[in-house]
Design a protein around this ligand. Structure first.
Ligand code: PLP
Length: 428
């Protein structure tokens, strides 16, 4: 067995600690090569990080380094390259665990992302533990990825999907949430942060209420929009599962992680069958590997996972406290600027929110606004944001969403506002 230090792609650390320096957005912007590109002859103003964040050079370099210097399949070969690739890959498991305060790397499952993680929990834990008459509790503000897998499970098991409502600000009605918890509740699945509204859910209180009122339930947290903006500590949240996607936190697409409590993972049946998730196979019987490997059938996204580690280092080195402070300041600036434009209505005004500015412009379809803004170089998302029930709640077909990342500035918001005024002139 090789004992040398684990090989790390350029710019990645064995471990990282958070720093308290304020965010130097100018320096951060220089880390992202794509920000110097132009769109329709205008400088790119990227306000679509909630859909997918851009990648810093260290993440790009890390992925490239794997293919140039370190690529082989993982967990299989006794040859040197495969062992070194496996060590680099496994090192990221520990990094993910530390990043979210998970007690053990063995509780981290690598998957394609949040969607796959929620489907895994629904199809393994859910199928084994939800029966006819049981309930799965979600909220109105969920992304489709945290609705449809539970709907499929409830259909199959003749269980009920129960929805905790949100108020006009886009906050979960906690009294209603509490009243919907009961001995019938088997799963509570909530977003840490709403992608459509930016609302930060009080997950710790939701978990505490669940423990009090629904002792048989587990709490699943969709952290896709949580990890890029908030310091996450799954022990402090008190939840049972937490999942997220690398691509929304400046890492590659096609990889993400699910954390689950070890006792739950050990008791859960595997999901997909195939290579790497077994200890032995005969035609008569297969013995499964232990968690997390029993949930990781087939060749994973090797280079992407190692570059995911580089993204964790990047964000940790910036310091999530500093990221949060900078984004909070920018959100306040953007909220004030948008509120000052006549005819613009913000959708989602929660007291505790982050990073997303969803709005509609009177008399203009969001898609038309999005196309005109695009010609100004401004990339925003328009549509239902995979959260149609949120659109229904606010009685709009779609919104325009400007979502913030570590590289955004007040100037970006100013360009957005000038673009909106142009849109309004064209539709006047
Ligand atoms: N949950 C939330 C809150 C999201 O914003 C998203 C993506 O937009 C998802 C889940 C799905 O993530 P992915 O497409 O990376 O699986």
């Amino acid at each position: 067995m090789k004992t040398a230090a684990v090989e790390r792609p350029p710019g990645t650390a064995a471990d990282t600690t958070t720093t308290a320096r304020p965010l130097n957005v100018g320096a951060v912007r220089a880390d992202f090569p794509i920000l110097s590109t132009q769109v329709h002859g205008k400088p790119l103003i990227y306000l679509d990080s909630a859909a997918s964040a851009q990648k810093p050079q260290v993440v790009i370099d890390a992925e490239r380094h794997i293919y140039e210097r370190l690529y082989a399949n993982v967990h299989r070969g006794v040859h040197d390259l495969s062992m070194r690739a496996s060590e680099a890959y496994e090192m990221v498991r520990g990094k993910v665990a530390r990043f979210i305060g998970a007690p053990s790397a063995k509780e981290i499952i690598f998957l394609r992302g949040t969607t796959e993680a929620i489907n895994l929990v629904a199809q393994t834990y859910g199928r084994a533990n939800v029966a006819e008459g049981d309930e799965v509790l979600i909220t109105t503000l969920e992304h489709h990825a945290n609705i449809v897998p539970w709907q499929m499970l409830c259909d199959e098991k003749r269980a009920s999907l129960v929805i905790a409502p949100i108020n006009d600000a886009g906050e979960v009605d906690m009294a209603a949430f509490e009243s919907l918890l009961s001995s019938r509740t088997r799963i509570v699945a909530v977003a840490h942060v709403s992608n459509a509204l930016g609302t930060i859910n009080d997950v710790a209180s939701m978990t505490a209420l669940t423990r009090e009122r629904a002792r048989n339930a587990v709490v699943v947290v969709d952290g896709a929009q949580g990890v890029p903006h908030l310091e996450v500590d799954v022990r402090a949240l008190g939840c049972d599962f937490y999942c997220f996607s690398a691509h929304k936190m400046y890492g590659p697409s096609g990889v993400g992680a699910l954390w689950g409590r070890k006792t739950l993972l050990d008791a859960m049946p595997p999901w997909q069958g195939g290579g790497d998730m077994i200890l032995s196979v005969t035609f008569e019987k297969t013995t499964y590997n232990e968690a997390p490997f029993k949930f990781e059938a087939g060749t994973p996204n090797i280079a992407g996972t190692i570059a995911f580690g580089a993204a964790i280092d990047y964000l940790t080195n910036l310091g999530l406290k500093a990221v949060r402070a900078a984004e909070h300041d920018l959100l306040a600036y953007g909220t004030a600027a948008l509120s000052a434009v006549p005819g613009v209505r913000l959708i989602g005004t929660a007291a505790n929110k982050t990073s997303a500015l969803s709005f509609v412009i009177e008399g203009v379809h969001p898609h038309d606004a999005g196309s005109i803004l695009d010609y100004e170089g401004v990339a925003v998302r328009t549509g239902h944001h995979c959260a149609q029930p949120v659109m229904d709640r606010f009685n709009v077909p779609a919104t325009i969403r400007a979502s913030l990342g570590v590289y955004n500035t007040r100037e970006d918001i100013d360009v957005l506002i000038r673009g909106i005024k142009k849109v309004q002139e064209m539709f006047a």
